[in-house]
Every structure is written in C-alpha cells, then in structure tokens.
Design a protein around this ligand. Structure first.
Ligand SMILES: Nc1ncnc2c1ncn2[C@@H]1O[C@H](COP(=O)(O)OP(=O)(O)O)[C@@H](O)[C@H]1O
Ligand SMILES: [Mg+2]
Length: 273
C-alpha cells in the first residue's frame, strides 16, 4: 500500500502570545482524543512552550539535534532522521482510545539553528520528515514568533499554513507579513503550500475595538477565517501552565473542546488532498 501523504500544518504568526501553542496543543488533544487521529507535534519554537505543555521537561534529543545533522559527516541531514527524535508525551496526554500523539521536542539551543548556513538550510526539516510524516494522519508544527529560518523550515516542510491572530493591531499586521513570507516560500522553496485558514483567538464579546480588527481579518481573508472564533478564557492559560489537556478541567473545558473540535474538522476538511 502506498502511504497517504500526511497533512503537515505549520501554525504561524511571528507575533508572540497570539495563541499558536494553545492551538497546537488544543488541536492535538481533539485530533487524538475526540477524532481518533494519529498526530505528530513538532515544537519549532526555542521557547519550548509546547514541549512543556505536553508534559516534557529537559528532553535529551530535540529538533535542535535533528536540524543540526550528522556532526561526523559534514552536518549532512539524513532523510527520515526525524523518526529518531519522536518522544512520548506526558501521561496526561496519552489517550485512552489508542490513537497516538508523538512529539519532536524543542530546547533553548534550537535558537542557534536560526543562524545556520549549512547546505540545504531551508529544507532540513522537510528532508528530516521524509517517510516519517506519512506515519501520521496529521503533523502540527508550532512555529516560533519570528519569520527566520525555523519558520521557513516549517513552511518548506508543510502542506499547509494555519494562521493565528488576536483581534488587535500588532497581531493583524503580523498576518500581512506572514502572508508575504508564505508567498516567497511558495515561489522559491515549496510550491505546494496553501493557507488552510485563519483562527481568530482571544475574542471578547462586545468589545468594539476588537470588532474593527475582526472585520479587517474577514475583509482580508474572507472564507479562510475559520469558525468559531476562539473566546478569551482563563482556562486556556490554566491548562497550559498545568501542562494538562483541557479534558482535565471539567464542564467549562467541554465548551472549549467543542470549539476546538469544530476548528479541527474545518482544518481537516480544508487540507484534504
Ligand atoms: N483564548 C485564550 N484565552 C485566554 N488565554 C489564552 C488564549 N489563548 C492563549 N492564551 C494564553 O495566552 C498566552 C499566549 O498564548 P500562546 O498560545 O502561548 O501564544 P504563542 O504560542 O502564539 O506565543 C498563554 O499564556 C496562553 O495560555
Ligand atoms: Mg508559542
């Protein structure tokens, strides 16, 4: 049987704090626990929030090692080498229905990879994932808050980009910049990449200042704006800080999980081959 090419989704916005990590962990939760999918999460942010949120601390082998390549062989990057870096997530995240969640972790030193000048530097994640992504239904890459080499590696490896924004000026301006970067990647590195959608996060009801920015995002992105908009809820921060899935937090979490499931289904449908 020929393996199906996986959906590889780079979750991005070069502004920090907009909700990339929240979305990656939230989607990983609903894909594995509510939709029975096999998921690989790649933490490409040197701040390693996703690694921590999924219950790992101080992992020995990380994306940094993967991208650095083979030290004894001129830093060559071997196709499929990412398979060696897939770690099991914390116990709270392992799902009862046997679908799987794997993590390629991050660490502080990953920041050094932004300055790499070795061969194939934009393609190293894509090469490392060869034959590995196909083992999963969906791969979610949490991008760092910059448009440097790590984000470019993510976009070059990805089949789709998922944009995240808050309804506020800095974050919406960030969207325009990332769209330009995606267009450049499309032209030079990965002609197959598409934008699968825009998630608007941290929305508060009845905030006129936010409405202006939501309207602006809708004007710019039309049908790419995914439903529902995600509400501003303390519980997201609480779950992330506790390194637990939303499921652990009772009835309030149910509503948020339902929101995330709707987004997950829209992303699944939008990324069909
Ligand atoms: N919808 C939300 N409501 C409340 N807090 C949120 C929401 N989304 C994210 N947060 C919190 O805001 C902070 C930044 O979010 P995070 O997902 O880490 O952003 P990024 O990865 O883009 O830097 C975190 O503390 C997170 O828990
Ligand atoms: Mg983050």
């Amino acid at each position: 049987m020929i393996p199906m090419p996986a959906r590889i989704i780079a979750v991005c916005n070069q502004k920090g704090g907009v909700g990339k990590t929240t979305l990656v962990t939230g989607l990983a939760e609903v894909y594995t626990q509510m939709m029975g999918k096999k998921v690989l999460v790649i933490d490409a942010d040197p701040q390693y929030n996703t690694t921590s949120a999924l219950g790992l601390s101080g992992p020995e082998f990380t994306l940094n090692d993967v991208l650095y390549g083979d030290e004894s062989n001129n830093q060559k990057i071997f196709p499929g080498v990412a398979a060696d870096a897939v770690l099991e997530v914390g116990e709270d995240w392992q799902s009862p229905n046997h679908s799987e969640l794997g993590l390629i972790a991050s660490e502080r030193n990953l920041a050094s990879r932004e300055r790499d000048s070795m061969m194939a530097r934009e393609h190293r994640l894509r090469i490392a994932l060869k034959g590995v992504a196909e083992e999963y239904d969906i791969v979610l890459i949490d991008c760092p808050p910059s448009l440097g080499l790590l984000t470019v590696n993510a976009l070059t490896a990805a089949t789709h980009a998922l944009l995240v924004s808050e309804p506020r000026v800095a974050s919406v301006e960030g969207l325009a910049e990332i769209v330009t970067t995606i267009a450049e990647v499309q032209e030079n590195l990965n002609e197959d990449i598409d934008i699968v959608g825009v998630v608007v996060n941290k929305v508060r009801k009845g905030r006129k200042d936010q409405d202006v920015w939501i309207e602006k995002i809708r004007t710019d992105f039309g049908e790419l704006v995914l439903d529902p908009l995600l509400p501003d809820r303390e519980l997201f921060a609480k779950a992330q800080a506790a390194a637990k899935p939303l499921k652990s937090f009772g009835s309030e979490a149910k509503v948020l999980r339902a929101d995330l499931e709707q987004l997950a289904r829209a992303i699944w449908k939008g990324s069909e081959a």
